[in-house]
Design a protein around this ligand. Sequence first.
Ligand code: ADP
Length: 622
Amino acid sequence: MAHRPGRVTLGYIGVLAGALVAAIIAGWTPLANRIDGSAYDWMFQLQPPAPWEPSSVILAIDEDTLAHSGGMRRLRTELAAGLRRVSTANPKAVAIDLILSDEADAGEDDALEAAFRATPNLVLGSDLIPDSSRWEEPLPRFRKYAAAVGHVHADPDPICRALVLYKVAGHDRRWAISLEAFRLAEGAQQIIESPDSLQVGRVSIPVRRADAALQIRYSAPQAGARSGIPEVSLLRLNQDAALAKRFRNKAVFVGATALSQARDRLMTPYQVTMSGVEIHAQAYETMAHGVFFEPASNVALIGFCVAIAAGAGIVFYYFTGYPAYALGVLLLALAHTVPHIAFARGVVFPYLAPVLAAWLSVVGAAAWMYFVVRRQLRKSESDKARYQQAIHFVTHEMRSPLTAIQGSSELMGRYSLNDEKRKQMANMINSESKRLARMIQTFLDIERLTDGQSDIRLEVFESQPVLEACLQRAQPLAERKQIELRTEEISSFSLTGDRELLEYAVYNLLTNAIKYSPAETVVVIRCIGQGQTLRLSVSDQGIGMDDKELRNIFKKFYRTKKAETSGEVGTGIGLSIVDQIITHHHGHIEVTSTPGKGSCFTIVLPRGAASEQASASKTFSN
Ligand code: ADP
């Protein structure tokens, strides 16, 4: 486990939060609904329920029955005969999925009425007329023998996954015939409603009052019965009385299964179509066997999405490379499998939102970390290269006094020199070694400053001698380029601070002005007082800088393009050190510059004792 360098940035958290919000919003769209529906069907096919002993039988008005009775209208006699046989078997309930609202041949209706009278727990069907304003009722003569009248609707959406347990026309509400049949079979007087369930006898059916949708747990299709529920043809029952025993203790669902008649053939999650009567029988089975599905709560769904996104964030924060990717894949697998696991436990979990949350957050976190790490790597590599360059330069600088010392001492040892020459050489060795010591001291001081140790030496000194020393040291450089170092308005002020460091700062500005100016130009130095401050400025007629460059010159190792191509040796650390030195002296630097025209660097320092002055700042303009 490798801890990431750096901290969790707001950007990283933002990416994860964005992924999460996008996934949750997407999960509420109609397209997501369709995808979730398809995933539901797929899980249905992958995880069919264990077979159970059916509690219902379908008395089917099939093609043969219709052919024999010559159509639906003359069916009532056949139906009456069939029902009489069914009632001898003592069924638990008989639900008729037919709308018997029209009068037929009187003899036929008489026969059917008589059969209904003999049928226990009879449930008749009623239909909402298309504008939902009222019910199309069974004839009163039939209705009076019905223990209940229910609705026969089964709605596709476009696949019939659920049955709406009640429908309303005006103030007249009807339960589904399957629910009424179940109530009667349970021997319950009424159905007790609560916001999340319906209580029928001892059975609690988990449906929300808001939509009253019962997810149907279709039994797996079996050989011989498309729906897994046994079917007896009405015609065959009438031909063979022995078939009646099949209805013993079962709920009987009577309706059209003939392809030509069943106007409401609906697609089911198993990708087979069923008629309305079969769907009601399936809903009955779901209730009778208590194999309910419950929709997952929104809290559980959002909680899971949040956990997945947080997981992705943690994985890519604490792990790198293959372990991170492997854990990312694991998270994706989890998001894909949790809906399956929930399904196996009877909880319907939306599929798209968690899967999308997982993909977006894993990809987002991985991409973020990849680019951030790459950027950090690039930055540290270029910092390293610049640092090496700086070290190279420093050692190179130190070599010149060393070479002078070496050369002089060698000469002194090898040849017998006259006194004057010897004295000259000894002086040279002395001054060069002092220069070397000063150089080392300065670099050590700089290191100290860079490390953030702010304790600087505090001595009181005059500004003028410092400036003169710098000018003297810079003079040979200026002469080499025939640059005039012109002093104007020089006043002296007393300062408190680290003389060596301030000298380094001024000298640096002077050498920069010389380095970045063409030959035969003028560098003007001023030192004036303004209020309680001293303003020491160095202005040149050199290459100058634009706004963007000005904003960067105080950064360590930064050099402008023009400086790089000028042929002047440099490291880009000088100004960053000058800035730190001045800051430590409670001052600031002002820079004005125009590309091609020249620059002016002004050191602004508090005069007198270096007391607790306002903290440093820089201002730029050009
Ligand atoms: P160096 O001179 O070693 O490159 P510095 O830190 O002293 O580093 O300066 C940083 C950069 O600022 C220089 O590389 C140069 O691009 C720019 N710069 C500094 N002083 C001047 C100046 N007087 N005129 C133009 N550019 C300057």
